[in-house]
Design a binder for this molecule. Structure first.
Ligand code: T4K
Length: 411
């Protein structure tokens, strides 16, 4: 393909440019020897879960790193959200952005709390504080902000709305481990923040998550809730569930954190390689990361202007997939267009114009330790080639690929 000829493109049934699939979210593994040695310790100890020493070590390390009083490790980020919102007594309706991974909304609906979708700020992509108050009703009990792609929410504005209306406030910080807002590490804002350590995250524990809070009483309640409500041996004082993180997950997470600086450096270099490689491609704009703040650079997102690029986002995605570049449309089509929400609120899109627009234009590009600037140069040259030759590609697809949905080909 790099010979830059139309006939070598994977989308015309040729060999893909890359023999191995390049994933968004390929796990960062870290130092295997350290991981193996931790696993040996764990097996020797014969303590595999239930608040083991690695979990305790991890909680201490995270709370110190993020400067938050309590970190309660969990089995995943979704359960962390469920427990955080439940422990705060969220009920009725809770305002959430639609532009997020569906787990943010599902964590509420799973408990029969109704997520009410609010539009995104077109610049930060996070929940728009100017829109929140229009969704507050007598049934509203809380707000969840999501630090999407590591970009901090408008924290002060949302905090002040929550205070004014006496609402509980949770931030879903699944994407934001190691990111700062006005110089302060994300983790201690709102009543609680939640993390995900899923395999695809910057720091991972295979599956895992955490709830962070500065509130002693809340932290105690969360600890009970994630352990079936046990307050002591044979003494159940709360309703609870099984939200515990296992020792092998904590071992992985500790190892991941040992390598945090290296992961940031690799992601930063990749982000800059994409910036350089895409700066002259018409209609393709890489979303800026505010480098005055600390970032994990885990999500490299581009915006595709269909008119300027002379190509839809979805056609570009198909072209890249055919080269084994598995870009993702995070978070298309928006939670409000997924079930059950789509059936509950078929017209929600009318109140979410920015979300509707963004979800049609964005693509996440592969980064992380599995990617490097040489690979990125090739990826960018394919994007450049596709955009430069969009008319020819579309004409040829129309004749050769009659099964391809017309929607992809429309300009
Ligand atoms: N809140 C937010 C804002 C979130 O983004 C998430 C999770 C949550 C809450 C909930 O946290 P968890 O309960 O998951 O801890 C993935 C992840 O499964 C999900 O954790 C994540 N957000 C979301 C953004 O991405 P999918 O459906 O895209 O996963 P999947 O299997 O398609 O994998 C993504 C890419 O990574 C693929 O291209 C394949 C690659 N991959 C994946 C895995 C698991 C690998 O290369 N190796 C792997 O081991 O949701």
């Amino acid at each position: 393909m790099l010979s830059n000829s139309l006939s070598t493109l994977g989308i015309f049934s040729n060999q893909p440019e890359f023999g191995q699939v390049l994933h968004v979210g390929k796990p960062n593994i870290g130092d295997r020897e350290k991981l193996y040695s931790r696993i040996d310790d764990m097996l020797d100890r014969g303590w595999l879960t239930n608040n083991g020493p690695f979990v305790q070590q991890l909680e201490k390390r995270i709370s110190e790193y993020l400067d938050v009083k309590h970190c309660v490790a969990m089995c995943n980020g979704t359960v962390a959200l469920e427990i955080a919102t439940r422990s705060l007594g969220m009920s009725g309706e809770v305002i959430v952005p639609s532009l997020t991974f569906v787990a943010t909304a599902h964590a509420l609906q799973w408990q029969e709390v109704t997520p009410i979708f609010c539009d995104a700020d077109p610049v930060s992509f996070t929940i728009d504080p100017k829109q929140i108050e229009r969704f507050i009703t007598p049934r509203t009990t809380g707000i969840i902000g999501v630090h999407l792609w590591g970009r901090p929410c408008h924290i002060e504005a949302i905090e002040s709305i929550a205070r004014k209306h006496n609402l509980r406030l949770v931030f879903d910080a699944s994407h934001a481990f190691g990111c700062t807002s006005k110089g302060k590490r994300i983790g201690g804002f709102g009543d609680a923040e939640t993390l995900s350590f899923h395999a695809t995250k910057f720091i991972n524990s295979f599956e895992g998550g955490a709830v962070l809070t500065n509130n002693d009483e809340l932290a105690e309640k969360i600890r009970f809730m994630k352990n079936f409500g046990f307050k002591g041996m044979d003494d159940v004082g709360h309703i609870g569930t099984n939200g515990k993180m296992s020792e092998i997950s904590a071992a992985m997470c500790l190892t991941s954190i040992d390598n945090l600086e290296e992961f940031v450096a690799i992601n930063r270099e990749n982000y800059h390689a994409y910036r350089d490689g895409l700066k002259f491609v018409p209609g393709i704009r890489i979303h800026d990361i505010d480098e005055r703040e600390e970032n994990n650079y885990q999500y490299v997102v581009i915006d595709i202007d269909r008119e300027q690029a002379n190509m839809s986002r979805d056609l570009l995605m198909k072209i890249l997939h055919a080269e084994n570049i598995r870009v993702r449309r995070y978070f298309y089509p928006g939670c409000h267009r997924m079930e059950p929400y789509r059936s509950y609120y078929p017209n929600a899109g009318a109140l979410l114009p920015i979300t509707e627009k963004l979800t049609e234009r964005q693509l996440c590009l592969p980064t992380g330790t599995g990617i490097n600037p040489d690979l990125i140069k090739k990826i960018c040259s394919i994007i450049q080639f596709a955009v430069d030759n969009s008319n020819h590609i579309i004409e040829r697809l129309k004749t050769e690929k009659k099964d391809l949905k017309l929607e992809f080909l429309k300009l």
